[in-house]
Every structure is written in C-alpha cells, then in structure tokens.
Design a binder for this molecule. Structure first.
Ligand SMILES: [Zn+2]
Ligand SMILES: [Zn+2]
Length: 310
C-alpha cells in the first residue's frame, strides 16, 4: 500500500506499507483526499511522539461490507466502548481512546485505513470532496456552540486566522454573532467568505465578552486574555507549546471562564457545509509522493488547505 510514514520527524513516501486489517465491526475505507492541518505539522515536530501514518481530516469511500461504495468521513476518536466515559456517549474523552492519525492509530495519508463502522458518517451527494475534507475541523468549530448550548454572546473575538480560526469565525458568524477576526498576516484575509466577519489587525482597547484562541501561540493567548471583559469567556481551541510563563492572575482577578474545546459534532458540520455556508476555498492537491512539498505548502498563508491524495 502507498502512503506517508512519519518516523523521528522524517516524512517518507512508501509503497510497501501493509494493508490495514479490519477488526470486528470495522470497515475498509479507500482514501480520496486527506488534508494537512496544524496538528499534523505539530506531530511531525514531535508532539505526542507519533510514529506511523498521519492524517485525520479526510474523505474516502467504503470498499468492504454492505455500505460498499458510500462516500464517508469519520469521527476520529475511537473509544474503548466500555469505560464510564464511553458508556455515557463521551467516547471523545475515553482515557484509552485512539485517535486516527494522532494517537495510537494509523491515519489517512495512505491508500486505505480500517475504521469502526460506528465512526463513519455518509457524505451527501451535494457536498464535494474538497469541502468534505473540512468536516472534521468544522466539527471542532461547532464544538464551541455545543458547549455553550448555542448561547453565544453578541460579539466574539477570534484570535488566529489559520485554517481552524477561519472556520471558527465562519461558524460563529453564521450562528448570528458579530465576529472580529484578528488577522496578523493580511494574505489570510483573502480566504474570508462571510462579509459580516470584521477583520482587525489589533484589538487595541476593545473588550469582548468572549474570545476564541486559535493561534496556538503565546502572543495569541495573551491578546485573547487582555481583550476580555470581566467575567468573559476564553475558549482554547489550540494546543500550546508552553504556557508556564503566563501569570494567570488576570484570569482570577477578572473572573474569566476558561473553556477548553476540541473535537465536535460531525453530523452538524456535514449539514452546515452541505447548506453552502462555506464555499470551496483555495486548495492545493498533491500526491503522497510529494509529501515534503505538501508540508511546505501547508505553511503558505496564500493557500487555504493542502490536500494529499494517493
Ligand atoms: Zn486537524
Ligand atoms: Zn472508553
């Protein structure tokens, strides 16, 4: 099988990878496109000590069982099915979970992968592949709405205009809140499709009831925190290299609510994308053999998303 193997920070295109073997309840999925996201780049740099096949944002086709031929995306969190969290439907928080392409489970930068059938969601015909690849990060954006039970404040600051930040801004704007998006690299602003989203370069003295940190940087965290009204909510959407330098006194003094937010509702993301709230952005597609170039392109702010294909 063809795919991309990561070992000690080195990405290698290989054509000798073993075909995945389906366990009971799993189906074989043939990958059509898999997107590179910030997490993949962090994993390449050593986060989680991942060795194997990366890739967790993808669209594919089922090639085994009764659902053969269906176009699908997947909930990437595979719970044990038995613990207290799994029993309560919180498989994303299972302490023994495996996460496709992120933790103890092979990912989608390969021709095929085996996935439990219960994790697969059918992609409607009207949703093109290039948007279906965005279902996983769009679901992560919707997690904020799920956690707040759709009670979002009337104004929100989104810090970070990378792929996730842009999706968060679009999802929150379509939910009716006034979004200010902090864009440090002006090239990123060209990917904004929703004209209601306000682009700002510096929040200055503006204060918001809620800020969503999507930049994965200490500077972004500091900006989000200082831009909050007392009793505001700081949503953490990205993983940080290090926050040990931070004096969190301002969180206590201003009674800030910290809200960690990770993976979200896949079906809600499919429905939203199928409704046409986000059109196909600028995308670069490359074959697995061009993996090094693809990861370079993923750092280019002019390209919204880089997709790999077999
Ligand atoms: Zn991702
Ligand atoms: Zn479990």
């Amino acid at each position: 099988m063809k795919g991309i193997w990561l070992e000690e920070g080195q990405l290698d295109y290989r054509d000798d990878l073993p075909m995945p073997v389906c366990a009971t309840g799993e189906l074989l999925v043939e990958v059509k496109y898999a997107g590179i996201c910030g997490t993949d780049m962090e994993l390449q740099q050593g986060y989680y000590q991942f060795k194997g096949i990366l890739g967790h944002e993808f669209v594919g086709r089922i090639v085994s069982g009764t659902r053969q031929g269906q176009r699908v995306v997947a909930d990437i969190n595979l719970g044990c099915g038995e613990c207290q969290q799994c029993q309560q439907g919180l498989h994303r928080h299972c302490p023994d979970r495996k996460v496709i392409g992120i933790k103890n489970r092979s990912g989608a930068f390969a021709e095929y992968l085996a996935i439990p059938e219960c994790n697969l969601l059918t992609v409607p015909d009207g949703l093109p592949d290039f948007l279906a690849v965005l279902v996983e990060p769009t679901a992560a954006a919707f997690e904020i709405l799920e956690q707040l039970e759709d009670k979002i404040p009337d104004r929100v600051l989104v810090v970070g205009s990378g792929r996730l930040g842009l999706l968060v801004a679009h999802v929150l704007s379509s939910a009716g809140t006034e979004v200010s998006l902090l864009v440090r690299n002006a090239v990123r602003a060209q990917h904004i499709q929703d004209r209601r989203i306000q682009v700002i370069e510096d929040p200055g003295n503006m204060l918001f009831p809620m800020a969503v940190e999507c930049s994965a940087s200490q500077a972004g965290f500091a900006t989000a925190l200082k831009s909050l009204q007392p009793r505001g909510t700081l949503v953490l959407k990205s993983t940080f290299p290090d926050l040990s330098e931070f004096d969190l006194g301002a969180v206590m003094v201003n009674e800030i609510n910290l809200l960690g937010s990770r993976c979200g509702p896949m079906q809600r993301a499919i429905d939203w994308l199928a409704e046409g709230h986000f059109e196909e952005p600028s995308i670069q597609t490359l074959g697995f053999e061009a993996c090094d170039k693809a990861f370079q392109y993923a750092n280019d702010p002019a390209i919204y998303k880089v997709l790999l294909h077999p």
